[in-house]
Design a protein around this ligand. Sequence first.
Ligand SMILES: [Mg+2]
Length: 161
Amino acid sequence: MKIGLDFDRVLFDTDGFKQHLFEEIEGFDRTYSEAKEKVYSPERHAEILGISSGKIYSILEDAENFLYPDIEKLDTLEHTFIIVSRGDKKFQNIKIEKSRAIEHVDGLYIVQDDPKDVTDIDFLVDDSKEELENVDIPGFHFDREKHDINDIIKKAEELDG
Ligand SMILES: [Mg+2]
């Protein structure tokens, strides 16, 4: 079974990481919402803040500290896991690479305009209801307060059987 996994708030503690960015860059939180076009743009954000975008990118080096450690459970499974993330291609690619999530999955797709049922995945795990409504495959509405990686494995087994 080919399983699509959202990255932010499923595999990665996005809110903790955002908090880290808020602490590292003055005014980051205040101006964050202005830095969104279709998706978050670090270049636009840097422009608003009057800093170089390199400053924002440099903090992505810390992303590894915000990866949920239970991602390791994926390593022993037969399923194919593909990260399907929505956002700015460059920013998401670097963030996901620096988080080292790549080492535990079989592929990565960053989408911008398209729904997330790319690369013939059978099933999508996402914390966003909207993302799940926009695809024609079964989905699992994931909530880190209630679920962990074990619940994804259970759900995949249900669909498989
Ligand atoms: Mg998400």
